[in-house]
Design a protein around this ligand. Structure first.
Ligand code: BTN
Length: 248
């Protein structure tokens, strides 16, 4: 797994190139890495700034052959693997904000964009896109960054980040956690995720396309959904949405 690593200088989005390759039959574990993305994407179709050499931008193709509902668990598997890698390589412990953000000092260091092709209720293939900010962009005033506070790995590592080593170590741990998930299910991953979560136990607002729901984040469910307890004690599960952690 992860033996087929395809490097590109410039792509629009590694997720798009990986999706194209998956449609053409690329095997599980194929990796697409770009020095620069000209149309990097985040969740909810937001732009993801991916300047040349300013971070690690890559996507992997997975073919787990499990029910479609488990796609959102995969994002959580990745968050756990990225967190473990950053801790082991650089001694930092990023907080995980449900479902896909890794935060350093409350600022966003890394994001995950999981996209899948579903066929007959199963995941035919999943494209997992991972972005890790290493250095600030040249145009720090870029409007894309308005409202987001990014963190950069070099802030925590005295500027010493070897991208090849980082990718190699990430792929090693992604493989490990992916295999645990595939073989033993979601339990261990859920426990690990909860340990590093900055979401659980806090007052949050979850917004999706339909509503904004306020309450206390209490759990993540078997399916990777965030469970929020409303003021009246009512429990609601969210499979997707944007979480704002409320500071008191
Ligand atoms: C998010 O936080 O909303 C997800 C950001 C994901 C960014 C990565 S960079 C590599 C891959 N290619 C993309 O276009 N997006 C993901």
């Amino acid at each position: 797994m992860f033996l087929d690593i395809n490097y590109f200088r410039t792509l629009e989005s590694t997720n798009d190139t990986a999706a194209q390759m998956a449609k053409e039959g690329a095997p599980e574990g194929s990796v697409v890495v770009a020095e620069e993305q000209t149309a990097g994407r985040g969740r909810f179709n937001r732009a993801w700034l991916s300047g040349k050499g300013k971070g690690l931008w890559f996507s992997i193709i997975l073919r787990p052959k499990v029910e479609a509902q488990r796609l959102s668990q995969l994002t959580i598997v990745m968050a756990v693997a990225i967190g473990e890698t950053l801790e082991e390589l650089y001694g930092i412990k990023p907080g995980i904000k449900w479902p896909n953000d890794l935060l350093l000092g409350g600022k966003k260091l890394s994001g995950i964009l999981s996209e899948g092709l579903l066929e007959q209720g199963e995941i035919a293939h999943a494209i997992i896109g991972i972005g890790i900010n290493i250095e600030p962009p040249v145009d720090i005033d870029n409007p894309v960054l308005k409202g987001v506070e990014p963190a950069y790995l070099e802030m925590a590592t005295d500027g010493k980040v070897d991208k090849d080593e980082l990718l190699k170590e990430l792929l090693k741990r992604i493989k490990k956690w992916y295999q645990i998930w595939h073989k033993d299910g979601f339990d261990q991953i859920r426990t690990r995720w909860m340990e590093n979560s900055v979401t659980i136990g806090n007052q949050v607002e979850v917004s999706n396309f339909k509503e904004v729901f306020a309450g206390k984040a209490v759990d993540i469910g078997e399916d990777g959904a965030l469970v929020v307890e409303g003021a009246d004690g009512q429990l609601r599960s969210f499979n997707s949405g944007e979480v704002t952690i409320k500071k008191d």
